[in-house]
Design a protein around this ligand. Structure first.
Ligand SMILES: C[S@@+](CC[C@H](N)C(=O)[O-])C[C@H]1O[C@@H](n2cnc3c(N)ncnc32)[C@H](O)[C@@H]1O
Length: 281
């Protein structure tokens, strides 16, 4: 089975944590989602696929844009996230939404069944990205649009950079961890989409303020629960260095505190592409 490891993660601890932290994640994305929705340029009546829809915020926003004549499918591996998405859609009372559990890499999509495929941070986890984007393209009608957001690399993106920076100030870590071959390289993303048969491929940087949490303790607790920060701290030699790193992180977060929370600068790629028009395939 493709993406078996991701299916386990998003149906296990990672998925449960994602659901528990959904308000925080929503706050982090608040100024980013409008970039995605503008790029997707949804029109009344559009048929939309939201890939890796998670708890369904963008699915519901998309359904509002396409109106009662349109239809939006939210596709995700994660049963816990989809359960929340279904509840939220019912509470929002927006018609035309269907949530489907499945792997976007292999899920059978109706050929040319969608006008728009969009994703908010849901396309970075494919075991075989070539197969996945070819599958997504097959679901788009000729000249249908693809639009998604993904993160820039850890060093450029304060959502993920704070702890590695604090570690780097106090310890030299052996290479490893971090982005690795993560889905953050704009050239690689562009090449991938061209290989998958998309045209008019654009990968554009966007930076926005993002609220990481209510206060320093809240953000520190959140960061210490992430697998990346646990991994970083676990690689330090002794408790004294761990304490120095946590002090540096606390100092950095304190400097970012405002009356309404702790803010960082999020750096994302806004990626858009088009399925080839009829007659050019
Ligand atoms: C970082 S979360 C983003 C969720 C949501 N779009 C948001 O912006 O809050 C990534 C989502 O992608 C889903 N996902 C990961 N791999 C997937 C795959 N192969 N097919 C479908 N969904 C996948 C995960 O289950 C998770 O809900």
């Amino acid at each position: 089975m493709a993406n078996a490891e991701q299916a386990l993660r998003w149906n296990g601890d990672t998925g449960r944590r994602w659901v528990a932290e959904r308000e925080r994640h929503h706050a982090v994305r608040r100024s980013l989602t409008p970039h995605l929705l503008r790029a997707a340029a949804l029109a009344p009546g559009d048929r939309v696929l939201d890939v890796g829809c998670g708890c369904g915020e963008t699915t519901i926003a998309a359904a509002r844009s396409v109106g009662p004549g349109g239809a939006v499918d939210g596709l995700d591996l994660s049963a816990p996230a989809l359960a929340v998405a279904r509840e939220s859609a019912a509470a929002a009372g927006v018609p035309g939404i269907r949530f489907v559990q499945g792997d976007a890499q292999t899920h059978p999509l109706a050929p040319a069944g969608f006008d728009v495929v969009l994703s908010s941070f849901g396309v970075m986890f494919f075991e075989d990205p070539d197969a996945a984007f070819a599958n997504l393209r097959s679901g788009l009608r000729p000249a249908g649009r693809l639009a998604f957001l993904c993160w820039q690399d850890e060093a450029s993106n304060e959502v993920f950079a704070l702890a590695p920076r604090a570690v780097a100030a106090h310890a030299t870590l052996p290479p490893g961890g971090g982005d690795g071959d993560a889905f953050t390289d704009p050239w690689r993303i562009g090449d991938l989409l061209v290989r998958a048969g998309f045209v008019d491929v654009r990968v554009e940087g966007r930076r926005e303020p993002a609220r990481l949490g209510s206060d320093v303790d809240d953000v520190l607790g959140y960061l210490r629960g992430t697998s990346r920060v646990r991994e970083l701290l676990g690689r330090l030699d002794d408790q004294r260095t761990v304490e120095r790193v946590l002090d540096a992180l606390t100092e950095d977060l304190t400097a970012r505190r405002r009356a309404d929370g702790v803010w960082v600068e999020a750096a994302v790629w806004l990626v858009t592409a088009v399925a080839p028009p009829a007659g050019s395939r």
